[in-house]
Design a protein around this ligand. Structure first.
Ligand code: AFP
Length: 311
């Protein structure tokens, strides 16, 4: 079936039309669509890049072969676009500058989040945040757009350009993204996920988990931030990765993970906190800065901040 027929038959709005209807700058639309289209080659590359313990990144963490493949692929495409002046990637130690770019967009990305799950064929995805200008070391509240993709049964793109949150699915026949859902509101679900090791948690986090257990929350934690956030976007609840005595700032990166997802979840009526403040207000000092993170339903985050304030 032809793409136009599919849209007509299922009343599906294509990604480009949706972004145009939001009044986005044509170059921002071009950039989002360019990155979004790379999910097809990335998805196809999984089969030939199945080495899981491939290399170490700048932070000394294990990289899967797909981490480096997706990173190199996206860096090349972004560089050739002529739209991005600065790029920070979770897989690169330093900020990359494209001095000849004709626009000043600054992009942050986790090329493949949750990559330890590649070996188990569970859902992973790509996270992207875009600033209009001013470089990558800016608070998340200044983002112009953020999106993530999720490689599940469908390749899904969830995007916000500051006008709510929408999801699109990749149609491999027509090679377009078509709208799946035109708005999201994070419900007050009763489920939680937490990273870290229980006997290393700090007292406030232990109290929070005890509160969830007492209130009859279900546990949902996959090991892929992007997949767990997608789940809470639909069902509500929270994802958390706390600080610990060993690692007071936790594991997740402010620039590549917390800010883009925080921007999206706030646009869907949820919240994000480090326990004390909105993560999107943090002014980053370095690309690989980490932060403790609680993200999800508004009411639950308010309760978490209350428990922190009393601890
Ligand atoms: P990787 O992309 O290196 O697998 O890291 C994934 C991640 O940053 C995030 O997506 C997960 O929620 C979290 O780490 C899982 O960490 P644990 O394995 O410590 O639970």
């Amino acid at each position: 079936m032809k793409y136009a027929d599919i849209c007509l038959r299922f009343c599906m709005v294509p990604l480009r039309k949706y972004l145009e209807s939001c009044g986005c700058d044509p170059d921002l639309i071009a950039l989002i669509r360019l990155i979004a289209r790379q999910m097809d080659p990335i998805r196809k590359a999984f089969l030939e890049n199945q080495t899981y313990e491939y290399s170490l990144n700048a932070s000394g963490e294990l990289q899967a072969q797909m981490d480096t493949w997706a990173d190199a692929h996206l860096i090349r495409v972004v560089g050739e676009s002529g739209l991005v002046r600065e790029l920070a990637s979770e897989e690169q130690e330093h900020i990359i500058r494209f001095d000849n770019s004709r626009r000043e967009y600054a992009m942050v990305m986790d090329p493949l989040d949750g990559s330890s799950l590649i070996s188990t064929n569970l859902a992973v995805g790509t996270i992207v945040g875009i600033y209009e200008k001013g470089g990558v070391l800016q608070p998340g509240s200044k983002l112009k757009a953020a999106f993530y993709t999720l490689f599940g049964p469908l390749t899904v793109l969830v995007v916000s350009v500051g006008k709510g949150v929408q999801s699109f699915a990749w149609d491999s026949e027509s090679e377009h993204y078509v709208m799946l859902r035109e708005s999201f509101t994070v419900p007050e679900g009763k489920q939680y996920g937490t990273g870290g090791v229980r006997n290393e948690w700090l007292p406030a986090h232990t109290k929070i988990i005890e509160f969830f257990d007492k209130e009859g929350f279900k546990v949902r934690y996959s090991g892929s931030f992007v997949a767990d956030c997608h789940q809470l976007l639909v069902y509500g609840g929270i994802y958390s990765y706390p600080g610990s005595a060993k690692s007071p700032t936790g594991k997740l990166r402010l620039l590549f993970e917390a800010n883009p997802l925080g921007y999206i979840i706030i646009q869907a009526g949820g919240r994000i906190t480090d326990g004390e403040k909105n993560i999107l207000d943090i002014i980053p000092e370095k690309p690989h800065q980490k932060t403790p993170i609680y993200i999800g339903s508004k009411g639950i985050i308010e309760k978490i901040e209350e428990i922190y304030s009393l601890s």
